[in-house]
Design a protein around this ligand. Structure first.
Ligand SMILES: Cc1ncc(C[n+]2csc(CCOP(=O)(O)OP(=O)(O)O)c2C)c(N)n1
Ligand code: SF4
Ligand SMILES: [Mg+2]
Length: 298
């Protein structure tokens, strides 16, 4: 007899998820789950060794990703995903460390860590889900909110100049910088695979809808309306100067790979410096387990 449940095809992304944690907390039409789908597909395409990956999130709706992926994952404090990830990478250089967090977590409270990790060229792959607000806490204005947008803290419209995140991390020294939207699922997967193949600080911004707060307050419709909006407004501009890709309330969304360059990463520079200064006295941190110590007491 046909067992309908057992004969259901398994979604290729399912093995990468902690399905026991479902249903997830994200609202209908939210873009965060779409980004996780692209991330899982990038893991499949890049044939990444899942045991070598650690994923670190901060706090926010996006920060919940750490709880849903079936990887070694860490849900850290607000704004501290990058320093936590930096510690992981330094202690175990063989790890592929992914930071997966929101625009507020990474560029507001965590903004200082973001620019210094880019400057130092720490080997991290940062995926920033940019829904243009602090969603989890009620849709407050973030450093990424475009001028004139309405938020819970600016009900008459924002007037602060917003961060252009690709420009910020480019200027600070990131070696790979791309932006896609949740409409561009394949391009996003490819960008994540490329970041996995790159050594140094990679930053992928994903413009993503928050239909519950940002889209609703700005009369932009639901999740599907936003997909149509992204399709209509996006323009692929690979290699565009990042100073020219800032976002506005209803203007063009420049997407593409903006930066792809080579620069020695933090650990390469650290090793060279210590070898020069200490010679044979330098003992490299490998992340391998310490050899068993013999007990002096016999
Ligand atoms: C130290 C501290 N300050 C403030 C908060 C409240 N808080 C939680 S999430 C968040 C904003 C998250 O925004 P974002 O990173 O953009 O994530 P989103 O929810 O939009 O995905 C804030 C301010 C907190 N948890 N800890
Ligand atoms: S509040 Fe916004 S960002 Fe958070 S889960 Fe709902 S739609 Fe997504
Ligand atoms: Mg946000």
């Amino acid at each position: 007899m046909l067992n309908v449940l057992e004969d259901q095809p398994v979604n290729p992304v399912e093995p990468f998820l902690r399905t026991d944690r479902m249903p997830h907390i994200w609202c209908p039409g939210c873009g965060i789950g779409t980004t996780v789908n692209s991330f899982a597909r990038a893991l499949i395409e890049s044939k990444a060794d899942l045991n070598s990956i650690a994923l670190v999130s901060g706090i926010g709706c996006t920060g919940r990703v750490a709880g849903y992926v079936k990887l070694d994952s860490f849900h850290t404090t607000h704004g501290r995903a990058i320093p936590f990830a930096t510690g992981l990478k330094l202690a175990n250089p063989k790890l592929n460390v992914v930071v997966y967090s929101g625009d507020g977590d990474l560029s507001a409270i965590g903004g200082n860590h973001l620019i210094h990790a880019a400057r130092r060229n720490i080997d991290l792959k940062v995926i920033c889900v940019n829904n243009l607000i602090y969603a989890m806490t009620g849709g407050q204005t973030a450093p990424t909110t475009p001028g004139h947008a309405t938020t819970s803290t600016n009900p008459y419209g924002t007037f602060e100049p917003a961060f252009n995140l690709p420009h910020l991390v480019d200027a600070a020294g990131a070696v790979y910088v791309a932006r896609w939207t949740t409409f561009h699922v394949r391009q996003l997967s490819r960008a994540i695979s490329e970041a996995f193949a790159k050594r140094g600080f990679s930053f992928i911004e994903v413009i993503s809808p928050c239909p519950t707060l940002y889209q609703r307050r700005n009369k932009m419709g639901d999740g599907l309306d936003t997909m149509k909006y992204y399709k209509e407004k996006s323009k692929v501009k690979n290699g565009a100067p990042t100073g020219e890709v800032g976002l506005t309330l209803n203007g063009e969304i420049a997407v593409g790979k903006f930066v792809d360059r080579e620069r020695p990463d933090y650990q390469t520079l650290m090793r060279a410096q210590y070898v020069e200064s200490l010679g044979e006295r330098y003992i490299e941190v490998t992340g391998d387990p310490e050899p068993e110590m013999e007990c002096a007491c016999g």
